[in-house]
Design a protein around this ligand. Structure first.
Ligand code: SAH
Ligand code: SF4
Length: 364
């Protein structure tokens, strides 16, 4: 029964070595197995021809190489692709691939839903929350690699070049599984995603930020969205626990940040809420001394939300003020809006249906 089999996906190198030792095999077999799983993308033990036949049979009896199950796969008219995935317990989560001309970023989830309740975020309205396992997190990358047939891990010409932890959930509320999954993704003898091409976005879990820099060394993105505590308390409620000054102090001290490796500040543009020229000037003051760039995100609407996206003129003025002060401040092009794949639109399908049902009931 596959229920009792050990899923090798998501095991760290040490854990895999222990599993292999438990099956009575030498440590170098774990290295070979790692290569098959993460470099080759192989899922069938029988195909692992560098392993003895008897060991392959033992593996097939006791272990499995399992990705999350794909429930649906949607392709946007702009090439963005969204997978709705399901864990063993039936809980669902999404990943999104955003292709660009010479690169492509996979946006992956860290939790089913999110315990935080940012006022403008669809994921934050989802009641059901659980942490994803390391297997489910790294499994999202493997599912995308399967779709784009990027096995064995190509060194050049990859479509999937970047990973952004910007899907559902707050990654720093599930740090252990996220760290384990990213260390697997970064392993040079496997998926070989460079840490320079991985970005972790947090709403501001201040006590965890230094650890991210020290242990993972990935790029840091901060969901700032407001320049005063008064407004940020409303938009990003975790601010009540870790206010802007503490958050920015953690950014100033982020290990490894430099002009060549800036911290990204994400700023969602909400009409009449946080998008005035005065807000932009205040942002410039706040960022002083931090190697920073700003990502301006046009607000993506979802059913039932009370906010509107800023006007193109307001966004342009905001961006110009930052540019003139020396900060790169590109406006993020919304991608995959037609399939609800854009920033902040992710939510499990079952939860979405539940939401729609409530709305129907309310109007009945
Ligand atoms: N929980 C983490 C990572 C996931 S959110 C975080 O909050 O940083 C990824 C980004 O999308 C965050 O900056 C988030 O604030 C932003 N976002 C959320 N809802 C949005 C919406 N409706 N429109 C545009 N951006 C949104
Ligand atoms: Fe959670 Fe991030 Fe959405 Fe806030 S913006 S509710 S932290 S997923």
């Amino acid at each position: 029964m596959s229920e009792s089999k050990i899923n090798l996906v998501g095991q760290s190198r040490d854990e895999l070595a222990a599993t292999v030792a438990g099956l009575g095999e030498k440590p170098f077999r774990a290295r070979q197995l790692w290569h098959w799983i993460y470099y080759r993308g192989e899922t069938d033990f029988a195909q692992m021809t560098t392993l003895a036949k008897s060991f392959r049979e033992t593996l097939a009896e006791t272990c499995e190489i399992r990705r999350p199950a794909t429930v649906t796969e949607q392709l946007s008219e702009d090439g963005t692709r969204k997978w709705l995935l399901r864990g063993r317990d039936g809980n669902e989560f999404e990943s999104v691939f955003i292709p660009e001309e010479d690169r492509g970023a996979l946006c992956i989830s860290s939790q089913v839903g999110c315990t935080l309740t940012c006022a403008f975020c669809h994921t934050g309205t989802q009641k059901l929350v659980r942490n994803l396992s390391a297997a489910e997190i790294v499994g999202q990358i493997m599912v995308a690699r399967d779709t784009y047939k990027e096995w064995p891990s190509p060194a050049e010409g990859r479509l999937l070049t970047n990973i952004v932890m910007m899907g559902m959930g707050e990654p720093l509320y599930n740090y252990d599984a996220v760290a384990k999954a990213l260390l697997i993704a970064m392993d040079g003898e496997g998926l070989a995603m460079s840490k320079r091409r991985i970005t972790l976005s947090t709403s501001g879990v201040v006590p965890m930020i230094e650890q991210v820099g020290n242990e993972l060394g990935v790029g840091l993105a901060i969901s700032l969205h407001a320049v005063t505590d008064e407004l940020r308390d409303v938009l990003v409620p975790i601010n009540k626990k870790y206010p802007i000054s503490e958050l920015l102090a953690a950014c100033r001290a982020y290990p490894g940040s430099s002009n060549a490796r800036r911290i990204t500040f994400e700023y969602v543009m909400l009409n009449g809420v946080n998008d005035s020229p005065a807000d932009a000037r205040a942002l410039v003051k706040l960022l002083a001394g931090i190697p920073a760039k700003v990502n301006l995100i046009p607000f993506n609407k979802w059913p039932g939300v009370g906010y509107e996206c800023s006007t193109p003129e307001a966004i342009q003025t905001f961006s110009d003020i930052l540019n003139n002060a020396g900060y790169s401040a590109p406006v993020r092009t919304p991608r995959g809006r037609d399939i609800m794949a854009a920033c902040g639109q992710l939510k499990s399908a079952s939860e979405r249906q539940r939401g729609e049902k409530v709305q129907l009931d309310a109007t009945a």
